[in-house]
Design a protein around this ligand. Structure first.
Ligand code: FE2
Length: 277
Protein backbone atom coordinates (compact mmCIF):
# COMPACT_ATOMS: atom_id res chain seq x y z
CA UNK A 1 0.00 0.00 0.00
CA UNK A 2 1.34 3.46 -0.85
CA UNK A 3 0.16 7.06 -0.70
CA UNK A 4 -1.68 8.22 -3.80
CA UNK A 5 -2.94 11.80 -4.14
CA UNK A 6 -4.76 13.82 -6.71
CA UNK A 7 -5.91 17.46 -6.92
CA UNK A 8 -5.38 20.23 -4.36
CA UNK A 9 -4.28 18.40 -1.23
CA UNK A 10 -1.80 18.91 1.65
CA UNK A 11 1.44 16.95 1.87
CA UNK A 12 0.29 15.27 5.05
CA UNK A 13 -3.15 14.48 6.52
CA UNK A 14 -4.40 16.96 9.15
CA UNK A 15 -1.58 19.50 8.46
CA UNK A 16 -1.52 22.51 6.16
CA UNK A 17 -4.98 22.02 4.73
CA UNK A 18 -5.32 24.39 1.74
CA UNK A 19 -7.30 27.55 2.49
CA UNK A 20 -11.01 27.11 1.96
CA UNK A 21 -10.98 23.29 2.00
CA UNK A 22 -12.30 20.87 4.64
CA UNK A 23 -10.73 17.52 5.33
CA UNK A 24 -12.83 14.40 5.57
CA UNK A 25 -11.50 10.99 6.62
CA UNK A 26 -12.81 7.55 5.70
CA UNK A 27 -11.69 4.48 7.63
CA UNK A 28 -12.98 0.97 7.92
CA UNK A 29 -11.84 -0.32 11.31
CA UNK A 30 -13.16 2.41 13.59
CA UNK A 31 -10.12 4.68 13.96
CA UNK A 32 -7.49 2.04 13.18
CA UNK A 33 -6.18 0.74 9.88
CA UNK A 34 -5.75 2.41 6.49
CA UNK A 35 -7.71 5.60 5.73
CA UNK A 36 -8.36 7.90 2.81
CA UNK A 37 -8.94 11.66 2.82
CA UNK A 38 -11.12 13.87 0.69
CA UNK A 39 -10.71 17.66 0.54
CA UNK A 40 -14.02 19.37 0.02
CA UNK A 41 -14.98 22.95 -0.62
CA UNK A 42 -17.87 22.69 1.87
CA UNK A 43 -18.22 20.75 5.15
CA UNK A 44 -19.88 17.38 4.43
CA UNK A 45 -22.25 18.02 7.36
CA UNK A 46 -23.97 21.03 5.78
CA UNK A 47 -27.22 19.20 5.06
CA UNK A 48 -30.42 21.23 5.15
CA UNK A 49 -32.87 18.41 5.83
CA UNK A 50 -32.85 14.85 7.20
CA UNK A 51 -35.78 12.47 6.85
CA UNK A 52 -36.30 9.27 8.84
CA UNK A 53 -34.89 8.04 12.15
CA UNK A 54 -31.30 7.44 11.02
CA UNK A 55 -29.52 10.65 12.02
CA UNK A 56 -27.05 11.99 14.60
CA UNK A 57 -28.81 12.17 17.98
CA UNK A 58 -27.92 13.68 21.37
CA UNK A 59 -29.37 12.96 24.79
CA UNK A 60 -29.12 14.69 28.20
CA UNK A 61 -28.73 11.49 30.26
CA UNK A 62 -28.04 13.45 33.46
CA UNK A 63 -31.74 14.33 33.48
CA UNK A 64 -32.51 10.72 34.38
CA UNK A 65 -31.18 11.43 37.94
CA UNK A 66 -34.04 13.82 38.49
CA UNK A 67 -36.56 11.21 37.45
CA UNK A 68 -35.39 8.71 40.09
CA UNK A 69 -38.19 7.94 42.50
CA UNK A 70 -37.54 6.74 46.06
CA UNK A 71 -37.31 4.21 47.63
CA UNK A 72 -35.25 2.55 44.86
CA UNK A 73 -31.53 2.54 45.65
CA UNK A 74 -30.31 1.54 42.20
CA UNK A 75 -31.92 2.08 38.86
CA UNK A 76 -30.71 0.96 35.47
CA UNK A 77 -32.09 2.58 32.35
CA UNK A 78 -31.42 0.77 29.08
CA UNK A 79 -30.65 3.55 26.61
CA UNK A 80 -29.74 1.65 23.46
CA UNK A 81 -28.86 -1.84 22.38
CA UNK A 82 -27.04 -3.63 19.56
CA UNK A 83 -26.00 -7.26 19.15
CA UNK A 84 -22.55 -6.21 20.39
CA UNK A 85 -23.38 -3.98 23.38
CA UNK A 86 -26.15 -2.67 25.62
CA UNK A 87 -25.71 0.84 27.03
CA UNK A 88 -27.30 1.90 30.31
CA UNK A 89 -27.35 4.78 32.71
CA UNK A 90 -27.06 3.28 36.19
CA UNK A 91 -27.88 5.52 39.15
CA UNK A 92 -27.24 4.35 42.72
CA UNK A 93 -28.55 6.55 45.53
CA UNK A 94 -27.52 4.25 48.42
CA UNK A 95 -25.75 0.97 49.12
CA UNK A 96 -27.53 -1.87 47.35
CA UNK A 97 -29.60 -4.10 49.65
CA UNK A 98 -28.92 -7.23 47.56
CA UNK A 99 -25.94 -8.68 45.78
CA UNK A 100 -26.46 -9.38 42.08
CA UNK A 101 -24.84 -11.49 39.37
CA UNK A 102 -25.06 -10.96 35.62
CA UNK A 103 -25.14 -14.27 33.75
CA UNK A 104 -25.57 -12.63 30.33
CA UNK A 105 -22.39 -10.62 29.89
CA UNK A 106 -19.47 -8.55 31.17
CA UNK A 107 -20.25 -5.16 32.66
CA UNK A 108 -18.00 -2.12 32.28
CA UNK A 109 -18.96 0.67 34.67
CA UNK A 110 -17.62 4.15 33.87
CA UNK A 111 -17.97 6.39 36.95
CA UNK A 112 -19.40 9.77 35.98
CA UNK A 113 -20.28 10.94 39.51
CA UNK A 114 -19.96 9.66 43.09
CA UNK A 115 -17.58 7.61 45.19
CA UNK A 116 -17.88 4.23 46.89
CA UNK A 117 -16.76 0.67 46.34
CA UNK A 118 -17.75 -2.47 44.48
CA UNK A 119 -17.97 -5.42 46.88
CA UNK A 120 -17.35 -8.55 44.81
CA UNK A 121 -16.51 -12.25 45.04
CA UNK A 122 -12.90 -11.23 44.42
CA UNK A 123 -12.71 -8.48 47.05
CA UNK A 124 -13.54 -4.77 47.05
CA UNK A 125 -12.71 -2.15 44.45
CA UNK A 126 -13.05 1.53 45.40
CA UNK A 127 -14.32 3.90 42.72
CA UNK A 128 -14.27 7.62 42.00
CA UNK A 129 -15.21 9.79 39.00
CA UNK A 130 -13.28 8.90 35.85
CA UNK A 131 -12.70 5.24 36.81
CA UNK A 132 -13.63 2.21 34.75
CA UNK A 133 -14.64 -0.87 36.77
CA UNK A 134 -15.04 -4.14 34.86
CA UNK A 135 -17.25 -6.84 36.42
CA UNK A 136 -16.70 -10.10 34.53
CA UNK A 137 -19.77 -12.21 33.68
CA UNK A 138 -20.91 -14.36 36.61
CA UNK A 139 -19.24 -12.28 39.35
CA UNK A 140 -21.44 -11.65 42.41
CA UNK A 141 -21.29 -8.01 43.55
CA UNK A 142 -23.04 -4.95 44.86
CA UNK A 143 -22.15 -1.27 45.11
CA UNK A 144 -21.50 0.43 48.44
CA UNK A 145 -22.26 4.12 47.92
CA UNK A 146 -20.22 6.58 50.05
CA UNK A 147 -22.11 9.72 49.30
CA UNK A 148 -24.86 9.42 46.76
CA UNK A 149 -25.92 9.50 44.19
CA UNK A 150 -23.42 7.61 42.06
CA UNK A 151 -23.99 7.97 38.35
CA UNK A 152 -22.51 5.35 36.03
CA UNK A 153 -22.39 4.93 32.25
CA UNK A 154 -22.65 1.14 31.95
CA UNK A 155 -21.64 -0.96 28.95
CA UNK A 156 -22.77 -4.60 28.91
CA UNK A 157 -21.17 -6.91 26.33
CA UNK A 158 -22.04 -10.55 25.60
CA UNK A 159 -18.34 -11.15 24.80
CA UNK A 160 -15.57 -10.82 27.40
CA UNK A 161 -14.33 -7.25 27.48
CA UNK A 162 -10.67 -6.29 27.01
CA UNK A 163 -11.76 -2.82 25.80
CA UNK A 164 -12.67 -4.79 22.71
CA UNK A 165 -15.50 -7.33 22.96
CA UNK A 166 -16.57 -8.93 19.69
CA UNK A 167 -17.87 -6.02 17.60
CA UNK A 168 -17.72 -3.51 20.48
CA UNK A 169 -14.76 -1.14 20.99
CA UNK A 170 -14.37 1.14 24.03
CA UNK A 171 -11.92 4.06 24.02
CA UNK A 172 -11.23 7.14 26.14
CA UNK A 173 -10.77 10.77 25.11
CA UNK A 174 -8.39 12.04 27.80
CA UNK A 175 -6.95 15.51 28.55
CA UNK A 176 -4.02 16.08 26.22
CA UNK A 177 -1.83 18.72 24.59
CA UNK A 178 -2.96 19.58 21.07
CA UNK A 179 -0.75 19.51 18.00
CA UNK A 180 1.73 22.39 18.24
CA UNK A 181 2.38 22.92 14.50
CA UNK A 182 0.57 26.17 13.61
CA UNK A 183 -0.72 24.55 10.43
CA UNK A 184 -2.12 21.44 12.17
CA UNK A 185 -5.82 20.75 12.42
CA UNK A 186 -6.76 20.83 16.13
CA UNK A 187 -10.38 19.74 16.02
CA UNK A 188 -11.48 16.25 15.00
CA UNK A 189 -11.69 16.05 11.22
CA UNK A 190 -14.98 15.41 9.43
CA UNK A 191 -15.50 11.71 9.01
CA UNK A 192 -17.90 8.84 8.54
CA UNK A 193 -17.33 5.85 10.74
CA UNK A 194 -18.16 3.53 7.87
CA UNK A 195 -18.43 0.28 9.79
CA UNK A 196 -19.35 1.24 13.36
CA UNK A 197 -22.14 3.09 15.15
CA UNK A 198 -20.36 5.64 17.33
CA UNK A 199 -21.55 6.67 20.81
CA UNK A 200 -19.83 9.29 22.96
CA UNK A 201 -20.56 9.80 26.65
CA UNK A 202 -19.24 13.19 27.79
CA UNK A 203 -17.81 12.99 31.32
CA UNK A 204 -16.11 16.32 32.07
CA UNK A 205 -14.22 19.27 30.65
CA UNK A 206 -14.94 21.53 27.74
CA UNK A 207 -15.89 19.73 24.53
CA UNK A 208 -14.49 22.29 22.17
CA UNK A 209 -15.49 20.66 18.89
CA UNK A 210 -19.16 20.41 19.83
CA UNK A 211 -21.57 23.26 20.46
CA UNK A 212 -23.99 22.83 23.37
CA UNK A 213 -22.54 19.59 24.72
CA UNK A 214 -22.41 19.36 28.54
CA UNK A 215 -21.03 16.72 30.91
CA UNK A 216 -23.52 13.87 31.32
CA UNK A 217 -24.68 14.03 27.72
CA UNK A 218 -24.48 11.28 25.13
CA UNK A 219 -24.42 11.38 21.34
CA UNK A 220 -25.06 8.68 18.76
CA UNK A 221 -23.66 8.90 15.23
CA UNK A 222 -24.97 5.99 13.16
CA UNK A 223 -22.47 4.28 10.87
CA UNK A 224 -21.97 5.89 7.50
CA UNK A 225 -23.30 9.33 8.46
CA UNK A 226 -20.92 12.31 8.41
CA UNK A 227 -20.01 14.22 11.53
CA UNK A 228 -17.19 16.41 12.79
CA UNK A 229 -16.60 19.82 14.32
CA UNK A 230 -19.49 22.23 14.64
CA UNK A 231 -19.36 25.50 12.68
CA UNK A 232 -16.98 28.02 14.25
CA UNK A 233 -15.21 25.30 16.25
CA UNK A 234 -12.35 25.10 13.75
CA UNK A 235 -11.73 28.83 14.13
CA UNK A 236 -12.18 28.77 17.94
CA UNK A 237 -9.68 25.91 18.29
CA UNK A 238 -6.89 27.76 16.48
CA UNK A 239 -5.45 29.36 19.64
CA UNK A 240 -5.84 26.28 21.82
CA UNK A 241 -2.84 24.32 23.03
CA UNK A 242 -4.54 21.84 25.36
CA UNK A 243 -7.89 20.10 25.83
CA UNK A 244 -9.27 19.02 29.19
CA UNK A 245 -12.14 16.94 27.78
CA UNK A 246 -12.84 13.45 29.12
CA UNK A 247 -15.27 11.25 27.19
CA UNK A 248 -15.93 7.56 26.65
CA UNK A 249 -16.42 6.32 23.10
CA UNK A 250 -18.28 3.07 22.39
CA UNK A 251 -18.29 1.76 18.84
CA UNK A 252 -20.58 -1.07 17.78
CA UNK A 253 -20.33 -3.03 14.55
CA UNK A 254 -24.05 -3.83 14.68
CA UNK A 255 -26.46 -0.87 14.76
CA UNK A 256 -27.83 0.49 18.03
CA UNK A 257 -31.59 0.51 18.54
CA UNK A 258 -32.48 3.51 20.72
CA UNK A 259 -35.06 2.83 23.43
CA UNK A 260 -38.22 4.98 23.40
CA UNK A 261 -37.49 6.33 26.92
CA UNK A 262 -34.53 8.23 25.47
CA UNK A 263 -36.90 10.53 23.62
CA UNK A 264 -37.78 12.11 26.99
CA UNK A 265 -34.20 13.43 27.34
CA UNK A 266 -33.40 13.94 23.65
CA UNK A 267 -31.89 17.22 22.47
CA UNK A 268 -34.16 17.87 19.56
CA UNK A 269 -32.70 19.12 16.33
CA UNK A 270 -29.12 18.03 17.18
CA UNK A 271 -28.83 16.59 13.66
CA UNK A 272 -29.23 20.10 12.24
CA UNK A 273 -26.67 21.68 14.59
CA UNK A 274 -23.96 21.66 11.90
CA UNK A 275 -26.11 23.81 9.66
CA UNK A 276 -26.45 26.61 12.24
CA UNK A 277 -23.89 29.37 12.34
FE1 FE2 B 1 -16.81 10.18 15.08
Amino acid sequence: MYLNKKGKVPNQAHVGIPEGLCEEEHGREGFAGPVSHLYRTHPPTGWVKIEGPLKPRAFACAQFSMKLTPPSTARQILMMQSQDASLYVSIHTATMVHFIRNADGDETYFVHQGTGRFETDYGTLPYEPGDYVVIPKGTTYRTHVDAGPSFFFLIETPEAIMFRAGGCLISTFAPRPLESDPEALRVPFYHRNTDYDEVLFYHEGEFFSRAGIQPGMLTLHPQGIHHGPQPNAVQAAKGKTYTNEVAVMVESKTPFIVKPEMETVEIKDYAMSWSRR
